[in-house]
Structures are given as C-alpha cells and as structure tokens.
Design a protein around this ligand. Structure first.
Ligand SMILES: N[C@@H](CCC(=O)N[C@@H](CS)C(=O)NCC(=O)O)C(=O)O
Length: 217
C-alpha cells in the first residue's frame, strides 16, 4: 500500500488528488513539520510534505510524485500529458504556481497567524516572512498578474492540459482554494474553481477531519 506523508495543506492536497485520480489505495501518515522527528528526517532530506513511499521507494514533491505515479502505474488515469507541448504547458503552470505561492506566502502567513506558531526563520510553507502593509499591497497586485496569466493559459477550455482533469488542474485548484480561504480569491479563475468544487477528485482532494490518519511522525 502507498503511504502519503502529510495530511493537510495545498501541497499535500495535490498529491491526494493524484492518488485519488488514479484510484490508488493509500494510507495517511501525519507529519509534525514544526518539531520534525528523526523518523521524518531519515525519510526525507528535503523536510517538506508531501512525500510518498511506495514499495520502499520514497518520492518527494507533488510534481515528482505525479511523474512517478504515471511511470509506475501507466494503465491508470494519466496525471501529466504525453503530448510534449501540453506537458511543457503543465511545467509552465507549475513554475507559475511556485512563484505565486512565494508571493502569496507572507499574506497567507499573516492571515493564518502562522507567525505565532512557526519560527519565522524556518519556512513553514515556501518562505513566510514578515511584511509591511504597503508591501502587501504590491504583493497582491503581483499576485493578480500571476492569476491572470493562469487564466490566459486556461483560455476557454475546461481543463488546463487536455480533455480531462490532470495534475496541472489539481495544482491550480489547490492554490486558488487557499487564496479563497484567506479572502483573496481567484479573481478571473473564481468561476472555474467553483465549477470544479463538486467534481471528482477536486471534491475530495482536501482531507477532511474524519480522514483516517494511521499515525503521526
Ligand atoms: N513544490 C513542493 C512544495 C512543498 C511544500 O512547500 N510543502 C510545505 C507544506 S505546504 C512544507 O512541507 N514546508 C515545510 C518546510 O518548508 O519546512 C510540492 O509541490 O510538493
């Protein structure tokens, strides 16, 4: 059985979506990111979630996890397109989201009050740092530009990289949902996010409180 390390958060949600989309059985192990255990340190030199382990192989980062799952389980729903142009488009979306996440991090940290619980010298989620009100105004405008670029990449299509939902869609949905939770919203992608909400696996990609967690490391 596959183990997914990490339960909550947008990055873990992306890998939950990968596993759900492929209809692979998996178990959850929770991770205490603030006080990282020796077991977690031994598991991963990266120190971030999501991580999966599958038959002794340990894979880090939601994108690499998706690529691994496509290679290991090629007969199940594809997460990344075979078509090279579409795959490159997916890479562009992941890179754009990485930037978007870095830009949004101080705003996310501020609204979730993470500075109270996290040592600010350690990035809890891609680089939280303190900001001023005026810097946050600039960050929000930069964020709006990035979201517009994503909306342009979607165009009039239903999905970002093909005729069905794939990893790029899960990644966009995860971050746009996070922006919604902190009151920023997805702007031009709001309607797209709303349409996806009730659709599998988007509807189940964020773990709910009743999800079974076998243990916490
Ligand atoms: N690019 C990575 C990002 C993973 C990531 O930033 N994970 C955060 C949780 S949201 C984390 O584990 N942070 C712990 C740390 O940086 O110390 C992915 O897509 O998997």
């Amino acid at each position: 059985v596959i183990t997914l390390y990490g339960v909550s958060g947008p990055n873990v949600a992306k890998s939950r979506a990968s596993l759900l989309s492929k209809k692979l059985a998996f178990e959850h192990v929770g991770v205490d990111l603030i006080n990282q255990s020796d077991e977690f340190r031994r598991l991963t030199p990266i120190g971030r979630i999501p991580v999966i382990s599958d038959g002794g192989l340990v894979v880090h980062d939601s994108l690499f996890i998706a690529e691994y799952l496509d290679r290991q389980y090629p007969d199940l729903t594809q997460l990344l397109p075979e078509n090279l142009a579409l795959r490159v488009k997916a890479y562009t979306i992941f890179a754009l989201l990485e930037r978007l996440f870095t830009i949004a991090s101080p705003i996310v940290a501020m609204s979730l009050g993470f500075f109270d619980v996290v040592d600010p010298t350690r990035a809890a989620c891609s680089g939280y740092y303190r900001t001023t009100d005026s810097l946050r105004v600039k960050l929000k405008s930069n964020l709006a530009d990035k979201i517009q670029s994503l909306a342009d990449l979607l165009g009039e299509e239903t999905y970002f990289t093909g005729q069905s939902s794939m990893q790029a869609d899960f990644a966009v949905f995860a971050f746009m949902t996070l922006l919604g939770e902190i009151g920023i919203g997805a702007g031009p992608l709001d309607a797209w996010v709303n349409e996806r909400k009730s659709e599998f696996p988007f509807s189940e990609m964020f773990a709910t409180a009743d999800v079974a967690v076998s243990r916490v490391i």
